[in-house]
Ligand binder design. Structure first.
Ligand SMILES: *[C@@H]1O[C@H](CO)[C@@H](O)[C@H](O)[C@H]1NC(C)=O
Ligand SMILES: *[C@@H]1O[C@H](CO)[C@@H](O)[C@H](O)[C@H]1NC(C)=O
Ligand SMILES: *[C@@H]1O[C@H](CO)[C@@H](O)[C@H](O)[C@H]1NC(C)=O
Ligand SMILES: *[C@@H]1O[C@H](CO)[C@@H](O)[C@H](O)[C@H]1NC(C)=O
Ligand SMILES: *[C@@H]1O[C@H](CO)[C@@H](O)[C@H](O)[C@H]1NC(C)=O
Ligand SMILES: *[C@@H]1O[C@H](CO)[C@@H](O)[C@H](O)[C@H]1NC(C)=O
Ligand SMILES: *[C@@H]1O[C@H](CO)[C@@H](O)[C@H](O)[C@H]1NC(C)=O
Ligand SMILES: *[C@@H]1O[C@H](CO)[C@@H](O)[C@H](O)[C@H]1NC(C)=O
Length: 731
């Protein structure tokens, strides 16, 4: 059994125990056991004896296991950055454990999902932007599918040795090598769960982690494109920053026990920013590995930038909504990738798809899938119209372009011998994907027209073009798949926080994946998250001591303002607005927050005092002075859930810190519809020094007649405009 399986267990003894655990697990897994996470809060100042022995003893005591059996059950002992462990438990055993005083939470580990380049220029952030003196000291921790280290985007020519604060390692299994750009790499998975499709090393054979890493911190690579599409210079937000890789996502998803182990190492290794394009369903904060891990990161001034999820446009679909996380929606840039379809009658349609090859202008016979059912397989026309695998008649479809009434990867048409497909989407047609054959995706009205032509013409023909990038004047808007607020657990904290490019993004790729190319175009909040990670690292490179909340605030109050005419859900689609990395260097004022501020909020939200004291590791939580409300958390946005049709009155407390010029006077400017009465007290804030703090309150009254009412508060000194959206909503 290989050492690499337990990257976080440093001592040899622990390794032995772990090996035993694995071996035992492989032999005797009981069907009713599954991985559980037992979270115990802040790590003790000193563990008495071996931490994993303490965890094993707890198991023995709580569920009456023998020493040997308890050791066998342990998967991870989390000891470096917080206290807890992962173990194979039955639900009954987990219930017994959760009654124990010394625990914050016990929850089953879930499998989470993975949720140029033109994009940086689009937001006014050219490669010539001023660079901070500390950019090469900034370390970005990428928790993802690993990395393809041989990509040109990660060439370390000209890079010095890693910053001295770096304490991480490089796991070199499978000939994986780090360099002075990729300064560390680890991977996490139970060995028995590593399938043949996976590589037991930090090497990325999926592509996702290589793509996100190069978006955040890839160096400049000229003449990058996907087969000539979207050609230009590919680059990350902070090309001089360092990358530390934590591979937690595999062919079976991303397990929470592994995620928590990655957080624990990233924090102890000394990363400055964590980038996480992964998410799951809504859970309470201490029943969620991402919320727990990012909370302990926040304590160490490490911001976690995370994806909002790809479950839009439904309300309450946003993931990664803890107030200490930066939650990023996905929006378009002014270049979209299209695939044209042309019919024999001369009609042309601008469809969506990423075709690295088209049909070279040649016209092929066209057939509607509904007219080519495989009757001998018992398929009728209403089924074959969707072109599912095995539903089409090969004799009728072979060598033709097939028209399908729905979206698929294209395996149905491909296996039936089609040369291309025109597909219909019923939703918004606002993103391009790659297919197994040349495709053009059309909206229903256009697709209907094609169907009519295919049905009524004697010899219908069609052709599909190779894709190209075209100018899109409607950008930016939040794309339909991007998850929307409100926040499902704490509705009075606005989520998502902001938006960034996440549609048709060209970035580095792993040639071990498909397609086998060095640069690829993909879409998702997975892509917008690392743009924001890069912007956050950019701010950090000028302000190395800023807290995670300060960096968040700088990014959120300096955005490009988005328009609710393009996104009816307004702030629940785009939060404060679109990132503007250059402006974020000069926020004027910031809304800062520390651990105790989040704890006060959780106290007010009803989290138990005893548990919060375990989380902080001291007695500071939920005392008479340390009990707060969600309205007083020093957040850079304001949200209030009112009752439909009722009048309401609410107030918020905030404190701003001057980071602009020492002598300055800010006036409150409020833009609100007449249905809201908003009073800011005081409405002038005068500062005599940098880092001086001033508090204010904001009282909002009105009638909740509409489902969402938006307003805005701007603190302005004439130079700096510190912008915070206000959202009153009912649901
Ligand atoms: C590592 O590289 C060596 C030398 O090129 C090769 O023989 C070996 O098979 C490689 N190992 C793996 C796991 O790829
Ligand atoms: C390993 O895989 C099995 C089967 O998919 C799954 O039930 C189990 O939760 C996995 N274990 C871990 C620790 O991820
Ligand atoms: C740019 O890339 C294309 C295809 O990848 C290649 O054919 C071309 O020669 C390259 N141009 C330069 C200047 O490197
Ligand atoms: C119809 O489907 C059957 C079963 O999947 C397959 O064997 C056969 O080749 C198909 N026939 C045609 C004409 O595509
Ligand atoms: C179909 O509808 C879209 C938007 O609603 C419009 O832009 C497009 O021109 C229409 N296509 C046709 C063929 O009418
Ligand atoms: C095309 O033909 C199919 C059946 O063969 C029919 O269901 C469909 O309504 C027709 N579409 C048009 C636009 O005529
Ligand atoms: C904190 O405030 C909340 C809401 O006002 C209240 O329910 C809770 O009991 C308070 N907790 C403590 C420890 O005072
Ligand atoms: C700030 O303003 C005060 C009074 O207006 C002035 O005396 C002081 O010199 C100013 N300080 C700076 C740093 O400009």
């Amino acid at each position: 059994m290989d050492r690499h399986l337990f990257p976080l267990l440093s001592s040899f003894l622990l390794l032995m125990l772990a090996m035993k655990a694995l071996r035992g697990h492989a032999e005797t897994t009981e069907p009713n056991q599954r991985p559980y996470i037992v979270y115990m809060g802040e790590k003790p100042r000193e563990f008495v004896g071996m931490p994993s022995l303490a965890h094993s003893e707890l198991l023995q005591k709580a569920i009456k296991l023998s020493n040997e059996e308890a050791t066998k059950r342990l998967i991870y002992s989390y000891t470096k950055s917080f206290n807890g462990f992962a173990a194979m438990l039955s639900d009954e055993e987990a219930r017994k454990l959760s009654g124990m005083e010394e625990l914050v939470s016990v929850f089953p580990s879930k499998q989470m999902q993975l949720h140029t380049t033109r994009s940086w220029n689009f937001m006014g952030f050219p490669s010539s932007a001023p660079r901070g003196p500390f950019e090469s000291d900034v370390i970005i921790g990428m928790i993802d599918t690993g990395i393809w280290p041989e990509s040109k985007s990660f060439d370390d020519a000209g890079f010095g040795p890693p910053p001295s604060k770096w304490k991480g390692i490089c796991q070199s299994n499978h000939n994986f090598t780090c360099n002075n750009k990729i300064i560390g790499a680890r991977y996490y998975h139970l060995e028995s769960n590593i399938s043949e499709m996976d590589i037991p090393s930090p090497l990325d054979n999926e592509g996702h982690g290589t793509h996100t890493s190069s978006t955040a911190a890839g160096r400049l690579v000229t003449n990058a494109s996907l087969a000539g599409i979207a050609d230009g210079t590919a680059r990350g937000g902070v090309p001089s920053a360092r990358i530390a890789v934590y591979k937690v996502c595999w062919s079976d998803g991303c397990s929470e026990v592994d995620l928590l182990a990655a957080f624990e190492d990233a924090i102890a290794d000394g990363v400055d920013i964590i980038s996480l394009s992964i998410g799951g369903g809504p859970m309470n904060y201490f029943d969620d590995a991402i919320a727990i891990g990012s909370f302990h990161a926040m304590k160490k001034n490490i911001l976690t930038s995370s994806s909002a999820g790809n479950s839009g446009p439904d309300s309450f679909s946003v993931a990664n909504f803890a107030p200490w996380l930066l939650t990023v929606a996905a929006s378009t840039i002014d270049r979209k990738i299209i695939a044209r379809a042309k019919l024999g009658n001369g009609e042309k349609f601008q469809g969506m798809a990423i075709n690295t090859n088209g049909l070279d202008g040649e016209m092929y016979p066209l057939i509607f899938g509904g007219n080519a059912p495989n009757i001998s397989a018992g398929v009728d026309s209403s089924v074959s119209s969707f072109c599912g695998e095995g539903t089409l008649d090969k004799k009728l479809v072979k060598g033709k372009v097939v028209l399908c009434s729905g979206l698929s990867h294209g395996s149905g048409p491909l296996l039936a011998g089609a040369v291309g497909a025109i597909m219909q989407t019923y939703g918004a047609n606002d993103v391009s994907f790659e297919f197994l054959l040349p495709v053009s995706v059309l909206q229903s009205n256009s697709s209907e027209q094609v169907q009519h032509y295919a049905n009524k013409t004697r010899n219908p023909t069609a052709s599909i073009s190779k894709s190209e990038g075209v100018f899109d004047a409607t950008a930016p808007y939040v794309v339909s798949f991007s998850s929307r607020g409100p926040n499902p657990i704490t509705p009075n904290i606005l989520k998502p926080d902001l938006t960034a490019p996440g549609v048709d993004i060209l970035a580095a790729w792993s040639p071990l994946s498909n397609p086998k190319v060095p640069y690829n175009i993909i879409s998702g909040t997975s892509m917008s998250c690392p743009h924001t990670t890069g912007a956050a690292a950019y701010v950090k490179s000028f302000n190395p001591t800023w807290s995670s909340a300060a960096i968040k605030s700088a990014l959120m109050t300096t955005v490009y303002v988005m328009s609710s005419t393009k996104n009816a859900e307004a702030e629940f689609a785009y939060g404060a607005g679109h990132i503007n990395p250059l402006a974020a260097l000069s926020p004027g004022l910031i809304y800062d927050a520390k651990e105790i501020d989040y704890i006060k909020m959780l106290c007010g939200e009803g989290y138990s005092t005893k548990k919060l004291r375990l989380v902080t590791g001291d007695q500071s939580s939920c005392t008479s002075t340390n009990n707060g409300t969600v309205f007083d958390l020093n957040y850079p946005t304001f949200a209030f859930q009112a009752q439909q049709g009722k009048s309401f009155s609410t107030s918020f407390q905030r404190t701003v810190t001057n980071v602009g010029v020492s002598n300055s006077t800010y006036k409150a400017i409020v833009n609100a519809p007449s249905s809201l009465k908003i009073n800011v007290e005081p409405n002038v804030l005068s500062f005599d020094a940098l880092l001086e703090k001033k508090s204010f309150s904001i009282k909002i009254e009105g009638d909740a007649t509409k489902t969402t009412i938006s307003a805005v508060l701007i603190w302005s000194d004439g130079t700096y405009n510190v912008r915070s959206p206000i959202v009153i909503f009912t649901s």
